[in-house]
Design a protein around this ligand. Structure first.
Ligand code: BGC
Ligand code: NOJ
Length: 731
């Protein structure tokens, strides 16, 4: 069953049934200021960092799902309705939500009133626009009452959800003309505030949530809306909101456009106040003046469209299959930009409070994006490399606001450093710009420890060489790309994190995935050294690559496929000898891409084994058979029920590795068949089962051993986007 359709000409997905099987969302914003918007008006907004600068509140995993957002209530006589269907959920005469490139549009109607909302963030702007157009299509004059609604977050999204003993007393607002200012904590250490405004005189407002909603009401029937009159409340603590009230009279055929703006302002420390306790509103007013007419809004919207025309104009295919073309030409590239901006931080599955930018994630995201904005990719490479140490190891994550390594998570994921060679060499291939190799880049964010960027690549390469195990294969550390293969963790305490706990000393467990990865990017490193006349280094590095190939052939081959790892005790993982987890996808992907043992037939056997043991109707599962009991020596991977996530789920990120592996053998048709199983546009007709958006890849589809094979989760923020794009273009 479908819930809408693609409009390729406009580069939009058009949702025509608001009751999608899961909220189908879009991302607004391209640089510093971002919003997430669902097809029913749910979502949230932040500046740069979803944890530290959250403007509006969102309750994840809510009941019902996706409750809270940027809402409008239209009261027309006895009928109240919302253009996005939610929160009121009055049955609409028509409903349409168009998710486009960094904008979302709603168009719906009820009882002779047509409402349109255009929602977007102008380029380079720290504010979001909602252009609300109301038209009377009936033959009678209509008197409408319009209420807007957003709920402020008290900036730190994590603290906002837990520290109620403080937070219920800190909230502060100011109101001037049609603008509601949110200034919680401004009087102390913050140099920023937010505002929500409309470009017309208002007939009232509310800023106290409880007064607006009523303590026992839900978002669908706020007391103020039910009663048809605002209370003009000023929030003191509790939960500050911003709601405007506007009375609108429309003659038959008449249309009225209102411009709402949600903005963020930073001021200098000594320029915070207009007068005692009154915040400096000058910058906010300047922002409002910039976009106070429909013409200005339309021009900014056209600029945004032109910007995406330029970005998407760089690569285009015409394959004869619309489903492929629209992925490659539109949605895949769009998703790559979103993953580049967000890493894994903010979605409806990622709460934006846990994870910053991932070292490996961001390097991989970059390969799907570098052709669009190479300058930003260059800067990103340096940001990532700055969180590395001299021995090549690195922080696993960093916070986008501070660009500093996250010490709570730490490091020791031994695949991490290698991905820097991937991003850097892809950047050079795309741009021909070798100069970044000479740029001075700090270690551990310490400028006094800066070295040319090339030294970071060298450190990455030798981090593997210097950390080999008993079979001369790479030690795994806490885990490799598969965060859940925790071979040194040995946790029997449910309060321990699999990601950060290492109960055993990790100098025996080895990874065949890192071995393959090392051969692929080791070869790239050697090529690079040759190109920049570092011949001695090239010869030296080549030896290490060859040694690794030998080690894989001698200790990493199981007869029909590549092993996955050796555990802490030196036992094989991913071998026919194992009862569960006999074969894994990651080492098949990387060792075939590395062409290890191609002449001896290993690549072909490995890929045939993938087809036989891992392929299913919905994609290629991660391992088979899935684990059915907890193996303390394997860690988190064996905690998931069979068929889900890293335990036998279709972890879409790694499927393109097999596709690329297939191309090593020239088996393009097989590669394409795999692609069509996980590409969302090919799954549109089974949206009811698939659940998540048919326009973006997801992280995981339940595998063949799951309770409900084919059901997907974790859409949007996944390395799947960049790797599929790469699989289609680079090989
Ligand atoms: C998930 C992984 C994720 C990791 C780090 C694990 O629980 O299964 O997919 O990368 O946590 O957040
Ligand atoms: C999601 C993480 O973001 C990524 O870094 C990791 O490689 C995969 N999970 C696999 O575990």
């Amino acid at each position: 069953m479908k819930y809408g359709h693609f409009d390729d000409t406009n580069r939009e997905y058009v949702i025509t049934n608001p009751k999608t099987p899961y909220p189908w969302i879009n991302y607004l914003g391209n640089e510093d200021f971002f919003s997430l918007t669902s097809n029913t008006g749910g979502g949230y907004t932040f500046y740069k960092d979803a944890k530290f600068r959250r403007l509006t509140r969102y309750r994840y995993n809510n009941v019902p799902v996706d409750n809270g957002g940027k809402y409008f209530y239209i009261k027309d006589g006895d009928t109240t309705w919302s253009p996005g269907w939610k929160p009121v959920k009055t049955e609409l005469d028509s409903y349409e939500c168009r998710h486009g490139m960094s904008y979302t549009k709603f168009k719906s109607s009820k009882n002779g009133i047509e409402a349109q909302i255009l929602q977007f963030i102008p380029l380079g702007f720290w504010g979001e626009i909602q252009k609300v157009s109301l038209k009377n299509t009936s033959s009678e004059t209509k008197k409408l009452k319009l209420f807007s609604f957003i709920e402020w977050c008290l900036w730190n999204a994590e603290d906002d959800m837990i520290n109620f003993q403080r937070n219920f007393s800190t909230g502060e607002v100011e109101i001037e003309d049609s603008t509601i200012y949110h200034k919680t904590e401004f009087k102390e250490r913050r140099n920023h505030y937010a505002f929500y405004s409309v470009n017309t005189p208002i007939d009232g407002y509310d800023t106290d949530r409880e007064s607006f909603l009523g303590l026992y009401n839900d978002f669908d029937s706020p007391e103020v809306v039910d009663e048809g009159a605002p209370k003009n409340t000023i929030a003191h603590g509790w939960s500050p909101i911003a709601s405007h009230y506007v009375e609108i009279e429309l003659k038959p055929g008449e249309q009225r456009d209102l411009i709402f703006m949600l903005g963020y302002v930073e001021v200098e420390k000594d320029d915070k106040w207009e007068s005692k306790a009154v915040i400096n509103k000058k910058p906010a007013k300047a922002m409002l003046a910039k976009f106070d007419t429909v013409d200005k809004i339309d021009a900014a919207y056209n600029d945004l469209r032109a910007y995406w025309d330029r970005l998407l104009g760089k690569i285009n295919i015409d394959s004869g299959d619309d489903r492929l073309d629209r992925m490659v030409n539109i949605w895949n590239q769009y998703q790559c930009m979103v993953t580049f901006n967000m890493s894994r931080s903010a979605s409806f599955f990622e709460s934006g409070i846990g994870r910053g930018m991932g070292f490996r994630d961001s390097n991989q995201d970059l390969i799907g994006f570098v052709h669009q904005i190479p300058e930003r990719a260059r800067e990103r490479i340096f940001d990532i490399a700055s969180t590395q140490f001299e021995d090549g190891s690195c922080y696993h994550q960093y916070q986008p606001l501070t660009k500093k390594g996250n010490s709570a998570v730490g490091g020791d994921f031994n695949d991490d450093p290698l991905w820097l060679i991937l991003s850097t060499t892809e950047y050079i291939k795309e741009t021909g710009d070798f100069s970044l190799l000479d740029e001075m880049v700090p270690f551990d964010n310490d400028a006094s420890r800066a070295k040319p960027h090339f030294e970071h690549l060298k450190a990455s390469f030798y981090h593997v060489v210097n950390n080999l195990g008993p079979h001369k294969l790479p030690l795994i550390g806490r885990a490799d790309w598969n965060d859940c293969l925790n071979l040194n963790c040995f946790s029997d305490d449910p309060n321990e994190s699999f990601q950060t706990t290492g109960n055993k000393k990790g100098n025996t467990a080895e990874s065949l995935m890192i071995a393959g990865l090392f051969v692929v990017y080791g070869k790239e490193y050697v090529k690079l050294c040759k190109r920049i006349d570092k011949d001695k280094e090239a010869v030296e590095a080549q030896k290490h690559v060859e040694n690794m190939i030998k080690a894989v052939k001698a200790h990493g081959w199981d007869g029909d496929w590549y092993l996955r790892a050796y555990d802490f005790f030196g036992n094989k993982i991913g071998s026919n000898e194992n009862e569960e987890g006999k074969i894994f996808i990651e080492s098949q992907g990387w060792c075939t891409m590395a062409e290890i043992g191609k002449e001896e037939g290993m690549v072909e056997k490995s890929l045939n084994a993938v087809k036989k043991h891992l392929d299913c109707d919905y994609g290629i599962v991660l391992n088979s058979p899935a684990f059915t009991k907890y193996h303390i020596e394997y860690g988190e991977i064996s905690t998931y029920p069979a068929g889900y996530k890293e335990n036998g789920g279709i972890f879409c990120h790694n499927n393109p590795w097999i596709m690329i592996g297939e191309t090593v053998l020239g088996r393009g048709d097989q590669a394409y068949e795999y692609y069509t199983k996980i590409a969302p546009s090919f799954l549109e007709d089974i949206s009811e089962l698939h659940k998540v958006e048919p326009y973006v890849y997801c992280q995981m589809i339940a595998g063949k051993e799951a309770f409900k094979p084919g059901e997907a989760k974790n859409s949007w923020l996944s390395g799947t986007a960049s790797w599929n794009f790469f699989a289609i273009f680079r090989r």
